[in-house]
Design a protein around this ligand. Structure first.
Ligand code: SF4
Length: 456
């Protein structure tokens, strides 16, 4: 894949504004407390899907990474997880009967740090999930790993339980960068762990990298990218560090003068994309890279890529059930979220056996716009006739107020709009969030864009 096609520095800078990542449409800002448990039950009954993706949130971390914007609880006490798992078991037991006629095709554990759990806690949680839900024989089971404070045999243990995908937080291998973000970890261990996991049988391993961190330079990040290449993983997620200290207190530890300038950050991103493409990875969506034979890459080529709260996925026909504090569900035409506060989660499970606090039922307009935005985010392409037929509308008439907003992108050669289609040029891939915003009805209702991160 030629990386040069993704860049037009002038245009990238021109459109580098704040925007949603569109893991859902409407975004989580539209969730409200009037969405009740009964609304969720109605959404399950009405959903055309009978395949399920499960997301389990484990909120604990051993120590605080200063760049972090996740929902987590930092503690050295592993026993805290015992209490959490008790409440999680209650939530699982109360939710599972609602999904009796579903088959679980995908299970993902995120956090926080799922690898915070001891081996026996991991076994117990897997057993509970398998006892309560019906799992497909070929289920995809993935887990996020913090490579600090784990033993090599974690890979053996996870594999024996059915996990077949690992996602490992590498971020940056430079010592000065690691110290500044309070995430010092051994690259040597990570390399050995990945090699061992492959030997054990894991066929799909992802690593996360972040650009825009303190003290990162072209030289240091080149070393990180070269090392990522040596690790020879199937997927690489490349995230932009979003510095919003007003919202995330830990980020106040990162001094402004340590951070790369906007130009330097842009160069780091460019470097990463160029190198990853040169290493042979396909650029997926706006921030993922996958080997050409990986299913994400195959799905992108065939136009079957989907997007949910965990990012890009091939499991578009699944409803998503989130379990645990702060987790989000996408069931039929609804989104819903559990409370983000751990004590509230415990209290809610104790009193009402579920911890859902907000959500939204999608209107027909949300569904139509959501489909257009998802097509753009995943496949950089909208077949107007397909949308018109599917929703019994005339695309151009329906979006008569939105389509003129695309004119600026047309003028800059970023998209092509014809009678039948909207086609996004490769050089607009990094700006896809901006293009999607043209179809976002809530944006037009004076949504505060500053609550979203910058697109680059
Ligand atoms: S980056 Fe991961 S390990 Fe670090 S504090 Fe955030 S959730 Fe925890």
């Amino acid at each position: 894949m030629q990386a040069a096609q993704f860049f037009d520095s002038t245009l990238l800078k021109k459109y580098n504004t704040n925007g949603p990542r569109y893991t859902s449409y409407p975004t989580a800002l539209e969730f409200h407390e009037q969405f009740s448990h009964e609304n969720l039950v109605q959404a399950i009954v009405a959903s055309p899907n009978r395949e399920l993706s499960l997301y389990v949130h484990i909120p604990f971390c051993h120590s605080l990474c200063y760049y972090c914007a996740c929902n987590k609880v930092v503690t050295r006490h592993r026993d805290k997880a015992d209490i959490y798992l008790e409440f999680l078991a209650q939530e699982i037991a109360s939710r599972a009967p609602l999904f009796k006629d579903y088959t679980v095709k995908q299970l993902h554990w995120g956090g926080g740090t799922p690898s915070f759990l001891r081996h026996e806690q991991i076994s117990q949680l897997v057993a509970e999930l398998k006892a309560q839900f019906t799992f497909a024989a070929q289920v995809e089971m993935s887990i996020e790993i913090d490579p600090r404070e784990i033993e090599m045999n974690l890979a053996d243990h996870l594999y024996s339980l059915g996990f077949n995908r690992l996602s490992i937080g590498v971020q940056d291998i430079d010592e000065k960068v690691q110290q500044s973000i309070n995430r010092v970890q051994s690259t040597e261990f990570i390399e050995k762990f990945i090699a061992h996991a492959k030997q054990v049988g894991f066929k799909a391993i992802n690593i996360d990298l972040i650009y825009g961190l303190p003290h990162q330079t072209i030289e240091t990040f080149t070393r990180t990218l070269n090392k990522a290449h040596e690790m020879d993983v199937d997927r690489i997620s490349l995230f932009s560090y979003a510095h919003i200290p007003s919202r995330f207190a830990a980020q106040r530890k990162l001094k402004d003068e340590w951070l790369p300038s906007a130009d330097e950050k842009f160069s780091l991103m460019k470097l990463a994309i160029e190198k990853l493409c040169n290493f042979g990875y396909d650029f997926i969506g706006m921030d993922h890279f996958a080997k050409p034979e990986d299913e994400l890459s195959i799905a992108q080529k065939s136009g079957d890529l989907h997007r949910n709260f965990q990012g890009y996925t091939t499991k578009g026909s699944c409803d998503l059930l989130g379990l645990g504090v702060s987790s989000i569900s996408a069931i039929g035409h609804s989104f819903s979220q559990n409370t983000k506060v751990l004590q509230n989660y415990y209290q809610a499970i104790e009193t009402q056996v579920h911890a859902q606090v907000k959500g939204v039922s999608l209107s027909q307009d949300d569904i139509i716009r959501g489909e257009v935005i998802r097509e753009l985010m995943c496949n950089l392409y909208v077949d107007k006739n397909k949308i018109s037929q599917k929703f019994a509308i005339n695309f151009d008439e329906y979006f008569a107020e939105d389509l003129p907003l695309l004119q600026t992108f047309i003028n800059d050669g970023l998209i092509m709009v014809t009678i039948n289609e909207i086609r996004v040029e490769q050089k607009a891939r990094l700006l896809i969030r901006n293009i999607c915003m043209s179809f976002d009805a809530y944006m037009k209702q004076n949504l505060n864009q500053q609550r979203f991160s910058q697109v680059i």
